[in-house]
Design a protein around this ligand. Structure first.
Ligand code: FAD
Ligand code: NAI
Length: 508
């Protein structure tokens, strides 16, 4: 009886704490403190991008130390790990978006935001060129923004390796617009396949959903799509039962190369159970509007070209450099040998420069291009910049104290000398900031049918696990990692809604 009473108390207190926390975060979100204007004599820090790297920097930066200017064509932060769920309507896209204006209005000192694309960085002149690429244009569409310090966090674009037809016919999965396009196309394929008198071969083609790239993006999307088919489409459009088919095409001998062997095997066998076809050792070479041409490696080692018809083609073959990054690299001799992105040192300073830093997917710091890395790099830069500002302030004070010491004598001079010694000690302590060190928390991926795989770091070891419990862990981990309490509530609500009412199959 005492056990039940204690359990009840713990539950009661936990609920109370959760309600209290939510009420406080909602109240705090709606009542940010008054912001003050930045000091024009301070250095101008320009931040390019509003992704994982840049937003993590902004979140942790003491903005009162700089004149901060943010330039990005996307006026929101996107929680990419849940983007594959938006392609089928499991999660609504707005639930994983956080307006940049909302993030910025919670900073102590005002931050200037321009919705624009940086078209060029002039390293010598210390200027970035920004262009308004939105639909509504004013009289001014292009401008220049001078900087003292610059952080490049523009991410990467989709790699196509110059394969003909990819840009024209395939859908990518990087931005909200991509997920919306895929969601629309899935339903378009289904409705067109069920059009009166559609020939059987054409029905098969239209309902063949091909995903190219067996990295985590391709695997997660294939899993989500098969879930959509099993849980909802089959109920509403049962006539597609025999023809709807998901195929994952991968050039390498296996999918998810960054996961341990055991989890690769688990994923492949789980896909088999879910009736998702995996075509490994199959490299796509050409894309037309109705089929892909792929080079398939045969067991004997010979290669054969095969035509694979498709209705929907999703292209997820990794990252490529953005043109603005390529252009910057071409201006810096120390970057001449860089291929995969801006080469940075252990303090994330772009090699060959003094006042440009690189974060996230556009920089090469010997880590995988993941959100985890970008977020840690952004937080590190914030610490570095906060420290640099404190150092500058103490150095100014030291200069003043040294001048004062020269004009004073006796006890006053001793007092000034003591103060100088104190400031020097403070300076040494602050300057002790070490280089960036990435701490890998593990890799997680959803593989469909309420299963996930996880390679998680545990103390000094590693745990590789897959299944339904891992799926619950995946769900709770990503829910807790959502940017804001608002995002968390919306995502939880979307999951509940999809469970009870199914996903929405209407085509917008
Ligand atoms: P991004 O987050 O891509 O942000 C780049 C920013 O720069 C954007 O705001 C963009 O609008 C802006 N920008 C672009 N061009 C310009 C320009 N010319 N001028 C100014 N701004 C510009 N990683 C994980 O660790 N775990 C996951 O579960 C995971 N899931 C993913 C799922 C999907 C579908 C995808 C696509 C990626 C996933 N990733 C995941 C990878 C992760 O999203 C990236 O590594 C991460 O977004 C990189 O952060 P970033 O800040 O470098 O770039
Ligand atoms: P990726 O680079 O991880 O995988 C792309 C795959 O496409 C590779 O396996 C490659 O062999 C294959 N490929 C390339 N060209 C091909 C062709 N012509 N034909 C067939 N296959 C071809 O790319 P992805 O999945 O987009 O991920 C990008 C980054 O984002 C990675 O660093 C990844 O770790 C990260 N990410 C992490 C997630 C997670 O942790 N859950 C989810 C999604 C992305």
């Amino acid at each position: 009886f005492r056990y039940i009473r204690n359990l009840w108390r713990v539950t009661y207190l936990s609920v109370l704490a959760a309600v209290g926390y939510t009420t406080y975060t909602v109240w705090e979100g709606n009542n940010p403190p008054e912001q003050f204007e930045p000091d024009p004599s301070k250095k101008t820090l320009v931040i390019l991008g509003t992704g994982w790297g840049s937003v993590s920097l902004l979140k942790n930066l003491d903005t009162e130390n700089y004149n901060v200017v943010v330039v990005s064509p996307r006026n929101y932060f996107l929680f990419t790990p849940l983007l594959p769920s938006c392609t089928t309507g499991t999660i609504e896209h707005r639930s994983i978006m956080e307006p940049i204006r909302n993030i910025l209005r919670h900073k102590k000192a005002k931050v200037q935001y321009y919705e624009a694309e940086c078209t060029k960085i002039d390293y010598e002149k210390k200027v970035v060129y920004a262009k308004d690429d939105s639909e509504i244009k004013g009289d001014t569409m292009e401008t220049q923004i001078p900087f003292d310090m610059l952080v490049v966090g523009v991410g990467a674009e989709n790699a196509t390796f110059g394969i003909p037809g990819v840009r024209e016919h395939a859908c990518f999965l990087k931005e909200v617009g991509d997920a919306q396009k895929i969601r629309k196309r899935i339903m378009d394929c289904v409705e067109t396949a069920t059009f009166k008198d559609q020939p059987p071969e054409e029905i098969k083609r239209l309902l063949h959903m091909v995903v190219v790239g067996g990295g985590p993006t391709g695997v997660e999307f294939a899993g989500e799509l098969q879930d959509f088919f099993q849980e909802d489409l089959l109920k509403w459009v049962p006539q597609i039962k025999e023809d709807f088919h998901v195929t994952l095409v991968e050039a390498l001998p296996n999918v998810l190369p960054m996961f341990s062997k055991q989890l690769i095997e688990y994923t492949e066998s789980s896909f088999k159970e879910e009736h998702i076809d995996i075509r490994t050792k199959t490299m796509v070479k050409n894309v037309t509007d109705k089929y892909i041409e792929a080079e398939v490696q045969q067991p004997g080692g010979t290669k054969q070209v095969e035509k694979i018809p498709y209705g929907l083609l999703v292209w997820a073959t990794g990252n490529a450099l953005r043109s603005v990054v390529k252009d910057l690299m071409s201006q810096i001799p120390a970057q001449a040998k860089a291929r995969r992105g801006l080469e940075v040192n252990e303090y994330l300073v772009v090699n060959g420069t003094e006042n440009i830093w690189g974060v996230g997917d556009c920089a090469v710091a010997n880590y995988a291009p993941t959100a985890q890395v970008a977020a840690q790099e952004g937080a590190f830069l914030a610490r570095l910049f906060n420290t640099m500002a404190k150092t500058d302030a103490i150095e100014d004070e030291l200069r003043e104290l040294s001048a004062k010491q020269a004009t004073t004598s006796g006890d006053d001079r001793n007092a000034v000398l003591n103060e100088i010694r104190e400031r020097q000690k403070q300076l040494r302590r602050i300057k002790q900031i070490g280089p960036f060190q990435y701490s890998h928390q593990g890799s997680l991926a959803y593989i469909g049918a309420e299963k996930a795989v996880a390679d998680v770091s545990w103390f000094s070891g590693n745990i590789a696990t897959g299944g339904t419990l891992t799926y619950l862990f995946w769900k709770s981990a990503y829910l807790s990692m959502c940017f804001s309490a608002r995002n968390r509530v919306l995502v939880a609500f979307d999951w509940t809604k999809a469970k009870f009412f199914g996903r929405d199959v209407s085509r917008e």
